[in-house]
Design a protein around this ligand. Structure first.
Ligand SMILES: [Zn+2]
Length: 133
């Protein structure tokens, strides 16, 4: 049996990993110079005895990290979360202003159900005028 690290130690490792990934992702202004801002509106659903529902709005600025991997709300969830990067790449490529969709967490955990968490999202992106940077 693999010994589990203490929750605090595991959280520290996870936070370090996230910070490194954020740094590696670069800034929105570098990766998406044509974008002047983004807003994510997300509703989190959790599959529990009492389903928890959480609303979250995230504002993204040109100075924000170009990192769009949202954490799963389940504490036991390993390698889970919701990666909006592909959705955003697709939107920017086609200069789309708004998209709605949903995603299910693919993370795993001893006590976790396969469908333990999902989100529905609405993403809005503002673009700079063409030709101007
Ligand atoms: Zn999860």
């Amino acid at each position: 049996m693999v010994r589990k690290k203490s929750a605090a130690a595991q959280k520290y490792i996870d936070d370090q990993k996230r910070n490194q990934e954020k740094l590696a992702a670069g800034l929105v202004s570098e990766k998406y110079p044509q974008v002047s801002g983004m807003v994510f509106r997300m509703t989190y659903y959790q599959e529990l005895a009492n389903p928890v529902l959480m609303l979250r709005t995230v504002n993204v600025f040109p100075s924000s990290p170009a990192y769009f991997h949202m954490k799963c709300m389940s504490k036991e969830c390993d390698d889970g979360g919701f990666d909006l990067t592909r959705v955003i790449n697709g939107m920017v490529r086609h200069r789309k202003k708004s998209v709605k969709g949903g995603m299910t967490c693919k993370g795993t955990g001893e006590t976790l159900d396969k469908n333990h968490a999902s989100i529905s999202y609405e993403i809005k992106i503002r673009y700079r005028a063409r030709g101007k940077r």
